[in-house]
Design a protein around this ligand. Structure first.
Ligand SMILES: Cc1ncc(C[n+]2csc(CCOP(=O)(O)OP(=O)(O)O)c2C)c(N)n1
Ligand SMILES: [Mg+2]
Length: 624
């Protein structure tokens, strides 16, 4: 079949399917893109010629389109993904942050950056980086360390292998992440005689590996010995659709279940064994259980520093980990007993093998629940608190609505306070915690779940970083709900800075003051509500929580993308998670605030454990 490389690529992608538990779906049901000279006549021409093969969505920022693709695939539990085509040079390098985000989150996206001429007849092409050390280096080599698979199609003959390699990695739950196929501009337009079999329908089975009997026996022995076990549910529980299996496991064993940012909703908040988030922004209930746990069962978690409170969360002298994970990278962490398996298959196997085992752990969440209610109804004045905004959303949105967030002070407040009422209702990207994901990611979430209302909660900092995909949502008629939380700068890093003795330096959005020479002058005349309106979004301005609560219903009922703009007090109180996060403080300083913070820092450092199997050993200390 005589087609160009780009036409062959589109034709191939259109017939790839995923299959899990007998359900087949198109693996790549659409493509985002922004055209330039690198792809307009290559991939762009192919999309024009065969629109029935591949729906095309014009994005506004290449980073944003990768975020949207991540939001989409995460919402579909990695059973489907989107491709992204970008032009040469800046169009492609704009996708680097998205690539890193996808790989960090272990979410599949197919990136198709355009590349310099393979033939080099016209070199240097516009936007070509010329490396004197080697003409085969292009800016796209920067994708290599960020991608789980990278190939560059210098010749048409290489395309089939590149495509099959890409599909293999995208559909491998242990390996998945950003997959990049760089496409030189001239090669995209080059014709070749392809074998018909390249375009045969292919079904990629998403595996559910079962645990090895010996590994299962080891894990069971450790759990049976546990007096105070705790299970930590990560994103893998969602991706493998293991929430029912988790609930059955928890109820059979009476083990309390904490969750991570990606795992929230694995067990719904009102289940008697759900103890909330664990770690730096977790609930004090889960953190107290973590402190004393002798066996910690991690399911589908990558054990980030927020989850382990920078390795201070687990203080039991003999704490042991059992890690149920598809990836050896994560299963091996903290010298854990590795249970390499799909989360659902592994939990089912553990439940059966643990028959008769009942944990005897006691906790009381009533004080904490009252504290959450209090922070949801703080009546903070004159400006409302962010916790009241989140509380109103948690109480007045539908359980199936989805909140999307990524960076700033909201992820912490959300992990601590948000009550998950639906497994997929909470979508906080906290592996890369990338400002700018909130709107773009929400676009992808809504594309994946058009039957749900999607709420992008966006701080003023994140909004200014990247609101571009609002225009994509407007043009596509994809309805988003937006809550713009204006607090004139970084509430998050401001509070962090203060706690580290750095006096909130450089964290406010202010005019430079002539007298002080610092950015601590008046508030800027920035009007994000007007900005959103200028992009075609309907905007509701509110100033009180009562107005905000009313606006939620108006926003939900709207058919067009609608934003609620509210100003909050960045200094309003937030409950304490009774935890810590390791951010090193200057060891020597002329500032009293820094010196005092360093003392506190050193005290916390003493709680930090290497988690090498001898948990009592402090770093640099000796084993008991
Ligand atoms: C792309 C990117 N740059 C920098 C950071 C570091 N950072 C984390 S939160 C934050 C401030 C976020 O401001 P805003 O969105 O207004 O949220 P707020 O802290 O006020 O809640 C910054 C700069 C980041 N997470 N992502
Ligand atoms: Mg802010």
């Amino acid at each position: 079949m005589r087609l160009t490389v780009a036409q062959a690529l589109v034709r191939f992608l259109a017939v790839q399917y995923s299959e899990r538990d007998g359900v087949e779906q198109r693996l790549v049901p659409g493509m985002f893109g922004i055209f330039g000279h690198g792809n307009v006549a290559g991939v762009g021409q192919a999309l024009l010629e065969t629109p029935e093969l591949m729906p095309y969505h014009l994005a506004r920022n290449e980073q944003g389109m990768v975020h949207a693709a991540v939001g989409f695939s995460r919402m579909r539990n990695r059973t489907q993904l989107l491709a992204c085509t970008a032009s040469i040079g800046p169009g492609s390098t704009n996708m680097l942050t998205g690539a890193a985000l996808a790989t960090t989150n272990r979410v599949p996206v197919l990136l198709l950056p355009s590349d310099v001429f393979a033939t080099r007849v016209a070199s240097p092409v516009l936007q070509e980086l010329e490396q004197p050390s080697g003409y085969d280096v292009s800016v796209n080599d920067a994708f290599r360390p960020l991608s789980k698979f990278f190939d560059r199609v210098w010749r048409p003959e290489q395309l089939p292998a590149a495509l099959l390699g890409a599909m293999r990695v995208l559909t491998d739950p242990a390996e998945t992440g950003a997959v990049t196929i760089a496409l030189p501009q001239d090669v995209q337009a080059e014709a070749f005689d392809w074998p018909e079999e390249l375009f045969a329908r292919r079904v990629w089975h998403l595996p559910r590996p079962v645990p090895e009997p010996a590994a299962l026996a080891r894990a069971v022995e450790i759990i049976r010995s546990a007096r105070r076990p705790l299970l930590v549910a990560g994103g893998g529980v969602h991706y493998s659709e293991a929430t029912d299996a988790l609930r059955a496991f928890a109820e059979a064993t009476a083990i309390p279940v904490a969750d991570t940012q990606a795992g929230k909703g694995a067990l719904l908040w009102d289940h008697p064994q759900a103890v909330g988030g664990v770690g730096s922004t977790g609930s004090p209930v889960a953190n107290a259980l973590a402190r004393d746990a002798d066996v910690v069962i991690g399911v589908g978690t990558r054990w980030s520093d927020f989850t382990t409170a920078s390795r201070t969360a687990f203080q039991h002298p003999g704490v042991r980990f059992v890690n149920l994970n598809v990836a050896t990278l994560d299963a091996a962490k903290h010298s854990g007993a590795m249970l390499l398996a799909d989360a659902r298959a592994g939990l089912d196997a553990l439940r059966t093998a643990l028959a008769g085992y009942r944990a005897d752990v006691i906790w009381d969440a009533s004080d904490w629940n009252a504290e959450v209610d209090r922070s949801f109804h703080l009546d903070h004045a004159p400006l409302p608190s962010q916790t009241e905004v989140l509380g109103a959303l948690n109480e007045l949105t539908d359980p199936r609505d989805v909140v999307v967030q990524a960076a700033g002070s909201m992820p912490g407040d959300l992990q601590m306070l948000w009550r998950a009422r639906d497994a997929k209702g909470y979508h906080v990207e906290y592996a890369y915690s990338c400002m700018g994901y909130e709107i773009a990611g929400a676009l992808g979430v809504k594309m994946a779940a058009p039957d749900r209302e999607v709420w992008s909660l966006v701080g003023d900092g994140s909004y200014l970083m990247m609101a571009s995909e609002l225009v994509t949502a407007v043009s596509e008629g994809i309805k988003l709900n937006l809550v713009i939380v204006q607090n004139h700068g970084f509430a998050s890093i401001g509070a962090l800075s203060e706690s580290l003795g750095s006096q909130r330096f450089g964290t406010r959005y202010r005019y430079r003051d002539a007298a002080s020479g610092q950015l601590d002058g008046d508030v800027l005349p920035v009007d994000l509500a007007a900005n959103a309106a200028s992009l075609g979004v309907d905007v509701i301005r509110v100033t009180t929580i009562a107005e905000f609560r009313d606006a939620i219903a108006t926003c939900r009922a709207a058919t067009r993308t609608t934003a609620i703009h509210i100003e909050t007090d960045p200094l309003a109180p937030v409950p304490s998670p009774q935890s810590w996060w390791d951010v090193p403080v200057a060891e020597v300083s002329a500032l009293d605030s820094t010196t005092a913070a360093r003392k506190t820092y050193e005290a916390h450092k003493r709680d930090q454990k290497p988690l090498l199997g001898k948990a009592t050993t402090p770093f640099g200390g000796t084993s008991p």
